[in-house]
Design a protein around this ligand. Structure first.
Ligand code: HEM
Length: 371
């Protein structure tokens, strides 16, 4: 009885683990099995291990299969992009969709509360109500609701974002797990001996792919939550911010045309604030994710206004208003552009390394099959 209680407690703990923790645990267990297999195989060999022994070949084939398995994730992402092209929408429609999604989620949460108060509600009845909410808000394509429990047990709703061919997050965990395990499989396949140039090159590409993959994981973990915070604060898409910024720049150009030298000097100095260009640059990689605002600026401009000829004072005030607007837009836009740039740089490393890995792996496999 006690034993059963314990195992139930363990099962509960397992369920409480996050998806990535579960995959990390599975990866460590598989890595342990691979090492045990390798040690057992090496112990029974008269000579040094090699990729030519039956066990070495098994490890090589498994390593290659793991690599191909990891690669499937990229195909899945591309496929998802294509499969969803027909629901890709403009910025305006995106806003509307977001509002409808929020409304549907609120209504589903109310339904969830109703279920908690009366847990013996019939699952069929609940499913019907949930479906109706999705239909009324026209979000059936984007949100899915599953009914969990029933049959004597309490029922509850599981609300998920709809994804084609399974959850992308699960695919990503498999991608990371298989990628990391393939390094161990290939190192044991080679018996930790590296002399054949093509095979070694393939192995180095593999290490490069996995190292950049782990870096990408860190980027995806850290940057999107920070970005979501910025987007929630700003409540505008990068496209909208970019358009507004261009408009403000045009107005600034018009208001500063043909003004006195003191007006122009102040404008040139102030227009350089916040001091970060919005054209992608390698410096973005080392600069902080968010720009600090110049808090001394309002006082400085209030004092400086006396240096401006009386006839230009009104335009000067307009320019100051536009400069503050420009600063606020740039401060909001910068983290979003920086994130895009970071991902582009990362992809420009990860994808060519993957291509190199596939090319050299295939040359290696064909050459060992041929000779
Ligand atoms: C179907 C998959 C594979 C097969 C059948 C295979 C086969 C072999 C064979 C027969 C050898 C021994 C070569 C020799 O003794 O001259 C070998 C060695 C090796 N293989 Fe593979 N291999 C496979 C996949 C891979 C992959 C994907 C990589 C790297 C990403 C790789 C990296 C190596 C390395 C580093 C060695 C050791 C070379 C040396 O001793 O210098 N293999 N492989």
């Amino acid at each position: 009885m006690l034993g059963r209680g314990k195992s139930e407690a363990h099962a509960g703990q397992f369920c409480m683990m996050t998806l990535s923790q579960r995959y990390l645990l599975a990866s460590l267990a598989t890595a342990g099995l691979i090492i045990a297999y390798y040690l057992h195989y090496v112990a029974g060999l008269p000579g040094p291990p090699s990729g030519r022994t039956p066990q070495g070949l098994v490890l090589g084939i498994l390593g290659f299969a793991a690599m191909v398995g990891a690669l499937l994730y990229s195909i899945r992402r591309r496929f998802l992009g294509k499969a969803m092209w027909f629901i890709r929408v403009s910025a305006e429609a995106r806003k509307d969709l977001k509002a409808r999604e929020q409304r549907a989620l609120q209504q589903l949460q109310l339904l969830q509360q109703q279920v908690l108060r009366s847990p013996h509600l019939k699952p069929t009845q609940l499913r019907h109500q949930a479906k109706q909410i999705l239909k009324d808000n026209a979000v059936t394509l984007y949100i899915r609701v599953r009914i969990i429990g029933g049959g004597g047990q309490g029922v509850r709703l599981a609300i998920e974002r709809r994804e084609w061919a399974g959850q992308l997050q699960v695919w990503y965990c498999w991608h990371l797990m298989l990628g990391c395990l393939s390094v161990l499989l290939i190192a044991t396949h080679a018996g930790f001996r590296f002399s054949n140039p093509v095979a070694v090159l393939a192995f180095l590409f593999l290490v490069g792919v996995v190292a950049t993959g782990v870096l990408g994981y860190a980027i995806y973990k850290v940057v999107p939550p920070a970005l979501t915070k910025v987007e929630q604060r700003v409540e505008k898409t990068p496209e909208e911010l970019g358009e507004e910024l261009n408009e403000v720049r045009r107005e600034l150009e018009a208001v500063t045309q043909g003004k006195s030298p003191s007006f122009c000097t102040i404008y040139q100095h102030e227009a350089a604030i916040p001091g970060v260009g919005l054209t992608p640059s390698w410096r973005w990689l080392i600069e902080p994710a968010e720009i600090a605002r110049d808090t001394t600026r309002p006082d400085r401009l209030r004092l400086i206004v006396r240096e401006i000829p009386a006839s230009e004072q009104e335009d000067f005030r307009k320019m100051v208003r536009l400069l503050f607007q420009k600063e606020s837009l740039e401060v909001s836009l910068y983290p979003q552009l920086r994130y895009d740039y970071l991902l582009k740089i990362w992809l420009s490393l990860h994808i060519p390394l993957t291509a190199g890995l596939m090319v050299f792996s295939l040359i290696h496999i064909l050459s060992v099959l041929y000779y």
